[in-house]
Design a protein around this ligand. Structure first.
Ligand code: SAH
Length: 239
């Protein structure tokens, strides 16, 4: 059975909104979404504005999608899990390493609100440009600053941060990211090999650093000084 969607694109906005509510409801039922602020953020941010046109119909499938340059926008459940583990609060200063599409940055912008700010750093200039356009269209640029650079070294100009989230896989926890964390701050980061990682939560309290292990996960590699070495371009056309 083949289902056709493309002929409905003129009413796409309404259909996407229904699909967004459906995926949020199932993420709540699955236990991934736990707090009202994160639920509200996922209900407000239109994921369809952060995916490539050829994958738009899959915007609310709970799966990662290619965004070009061999990179991906994370699956909704992974965005839900990481945002909940990060415990962001209104008014906070957040650093995201790995801007990609800008979707996770928009979710964080919703949670920190008008008094908070999100700095997001991306190493591939074309993706930073892509994210910038997505965030401009969806009107998040007043709360989000997109930076091009090696985020494995953090982003010293705006440090310290209340929260740091890394959405690419690191071989170890980069020391600069811990150094740039405010006391009482949290860092969420996938750590492991290039192919499989464990989500780690780093908590800084009274100058002491505690590391908690969470679930196994799969992310594209963090490439940089405190990440993996340059990888081959794996951006094959899979579509
Ligand atoms: N959070 C993104 C998904 C990120 S995919 C979203 O919501 O769409 C991981 C991204 O990290 C990729 O775009 C990749 O280019 C980027 N990246 C990898 N190493 C990096 C580094 N050292 N500094 C900044 N970005 C990096």
């Amino acid at each position: 059975m083949v289902y056709h969607f493309d002929h409905l694109s003129s009413v796409g906005g309404r259909i996407f909104e229904e699909e967004r509510r459906r995926v949020v409801r199932s993420l709540i039922a699955e236990g991934y979404l736990r707090t009202q602020a994160v639920v509200d953020a996922m209900l407000r941010v239109p994921r369809e504005e952060f995916v490539l046109p050829e994958y738009r119909r899959f915007s609310y499938y709970d799966t990662p999608l290619p965004i070009g340059c061999g990179q991906t926008i994370s699956a909704p459940h992974m965005v839900a899990i990481m945002t909940e583990k990060l415990e962001p609060r209104p008014g906070q200063r957040v650093l995201e390493v790995g801007t990609g599409s800008g979707y996770q940055a928009a979710i964080l912008a919703e949670v920190v609100g008008p008094r908070g700010h999100v700095w997001t750093i991306e190493r591939i200039p074309q993706l930073a440009e892509y994210a910038l356009n997505n965030l401009r269209r969806t009107k998040y640029l007043d709360r989000v600053t997109v930076v091009v650079g090696d985020g494995s070294e953090g982003y010293p100009p705006a440090a310290p941060y209340d929260r740091v989230i890394v959405t690419a896989a690191a071989p170890d926890i980069p020391k600069p990211l811990v150094d740039q964390l405010e006391d009482g701050g949290r860092l969420v980061i996938p750590v492991g090999s290039r192919w499989i990682q464990v989500l780690k939560v780093v908590v800084k309290e009274g100058g002491r650093v505690r590391v908690e292990r969470d679930i196994p996960c799969v992310f594209v590699p963090l490439v940089g000084k405190y990440g993996f070495k340059e990888v081959e371009n794996r951006d094959r056309d899979i579509w």
